[in-house]
Design a protein around this ligand. Structure first.
Ligand SMILES: Cc1cc2nc3c(=O)[nH]c(=O)nc-3n(C[C@H](O)[C@H](O)[C@H](O)COP(=O)(O)OP(=O)(O)OC[C@H]3O[C@@H](n4cnc5c(N)ncnc54)[C@H](O)[C@@H]3O)c2cc1C
Length: 414
């Protein structure tokens, strides 16, 4: 008899888990209050970051903290009430960002992210979605020589982890991007084996369509309650119906804390907001690659709806109203580089990177329940890591030997 599973969350992480389980002959249903790929997995910058061997640490140098403190920097903003509310996980984040724990985290995190492009390729090939992925790398551009040198200093380690890159002079950047004003930059890095997606939401939807072709089911409904039955199976209350399943997987991204609170868990998950707006490029002008203005923390990516500008981090509450000063400040600076014309949307999109203090996701069986599995907390790289997570989680659930050691992603580590 086929095993059954229900995945809550139809973002890149949940859809990838569902796809892998369905491939393993499970009968899988995905539940989401929206259609697949319409939340965080829609609005991100669309980078499949094979190069991201170093997760984002909390700023620890006094100089760096003083830079961020006035709350006017382009890359990081905060709302003081949210900083107070999330003080405990942020303090843990600060501690995990010290050199010794951070170096270990990098090694553990690398074991997963090294598989990111290969695992996406398996899924986009099966889904006939190659056309959404540009496999020609993206450009990280630096205004400051010191920040460029810091990356170059890490090059031996990056190479050891299979990252391919080329250091660029401003002249070389101009050859790749003739319409960009490169006079602002001292140089850059072309991440050669990282990829860019022209519509992250569409890629998630393409994977979801392929999942349905394999026999998977997707239901648009909100999950309001979860109840473990005496035989270890699960009873799920949604706004539309009552469902039962043997295996339940929580992949609700930044909302995972909220849903797991129903079962008595209190993981130190915190949201890190980002905004985006699309802009039309001036006539005849184009960007060939996604561009990261590294010292200002925003991304310009050529996408289906126009040039998508995504902002850096804002520490705030998940339901806080829009505050678009950071986005407006980024646009002003970005327009000095590239002729962005009018915005496509009236209101900016915003979403939240689901962050955990040690910068790694949880991919594990839940500690206090049977047949409950957790996959969330992929922070800045959840779009990148969905398929690699899906494969790992499906192997754990089906009892196969996992393709990488899952120990660094344990739920009991906090
Ligand atoms: C501005 C920005 C830029 C980013 N850029 C990149 C990038 O370039 N590359 C990269 O790899 N990552 C990037 N990220 C991070 C990435 O987008 C996220 O890590 C990733 O999308 C998380 O995927 P997910 O599937 O865990 O969550 P989501 O995509 O948010 O999916 C979770 C789903 O759960 C559903 N849900 C929640 N609660 C319930 C409920 N009670 N009932 C039913 N459904 C529910 C939601 O509707 C949602 O669809 C960026 C993020 C932001 C904000």
């Amino acid at each position: 008899m086929k095993q059954e599973a229900i995945v809550i969350g139809a973002g890149m992480v949940g859809i990838s888990i569902a796809w892998h389980l369905q491939q393993k002959n499970f009968q899988v249903t995905v539940l989401d209050r929206k259609a697949p790929g319409e939340e965080t997995s829609y609005g991100n910058a669309g980078l499949i970051q094979r190069e991201a061997i170093y997760p984002h640490p909390f700023p620890r140098e006094i100089k760096e903290m003083l830079r961020v403190l006035p709350n006017t920097s382009l890359d990081i903003r905060f709302r003081p009430k949210a900083l107070m509310h999330y003080a405990k996980p942020l303090w843990q984040y600060f501690q995990f960002s010290a050199k010794q724990p951070y170096d270990k985290i990098v090694e553990e995190w690398a074991t997963l992210i090294e598989h990111a492009t290969k695992e996406h390729e398996v899924m986009f090939t099966a889904s006939d979605a190659e056309y959404l992925v540009r496999q020609k790398g993206w450009l990280q551009l630096h205004r400051d020589q010191k920040s460029l040198d810091a990356i170059i200093a890490k090059s031996t380690k990056l190479t050891a982890h299979g990252v391919e890159f080329k250091i660029l002079t401003p002249k070389e950047i101009a050859l790749l991007e003739p319409d960009l004003d490169v006079s602002h930059f001292v140089g850059g890095i072309h991440w050669l084996n990282a990829w860019q997606v022209t519509s992250p939401g569409d890629l998630t939807k393409a994977y979801a369509e392929n999942f349905k072709k394999l026999g998977g089911i997707i239901k648009e409904t909100t999950v309001t309650n979860l109840h473990e039955l005496s035989d270890g199976s699960w009873d799920i209350t949604t706004t539309k119906e009552q469902l039962k399943t043997q295996n339940l997987i929580i992949a609700t991204g930044p909302w995972s804390h909220e849903i797991l609170k129903l079962l008595g868990y209190n993981f130190p998950l915190f949201p890190m907001r980002g905004y985006h707006t699309h802009y039309q490029a001036a006539e005849g002008k184009m960007l060939n690659h996604s561009i990261v203005d590294e010292d200002n923390g925003y991304v310009l990516s050529p996408q289906k709806l126009g040039i998508r500008l995504t902002t850096g981090a804002e520490f705030t509450f998940i339901d806080a109203p829009i505050k678009d000063e950071q986005l407006q400040a980024d646009i002003k600076v970005a327009r000095e580089l590239f002729p962005l014309e009018s915005p496509v949307e009236k209101t900016p999109w915003f979403g939240h990177r689901p962050c955990l203090p040690d910068m790694k996701p949880i991919i594990d069986k839940a500690p206090k329940h049977q047949n409950l599995w957790l996959a969330f907390g992929h922070a800045h790289q959840g779009f990148t890591l969905g398929p690699a997570t899906g494969r790992l989680m499906s192997e754990m659930i089906s009892g196969e030997t996992p393709y990488i050691d899952p120990a660094p992603f344990k739920a009991t580590r906090f």
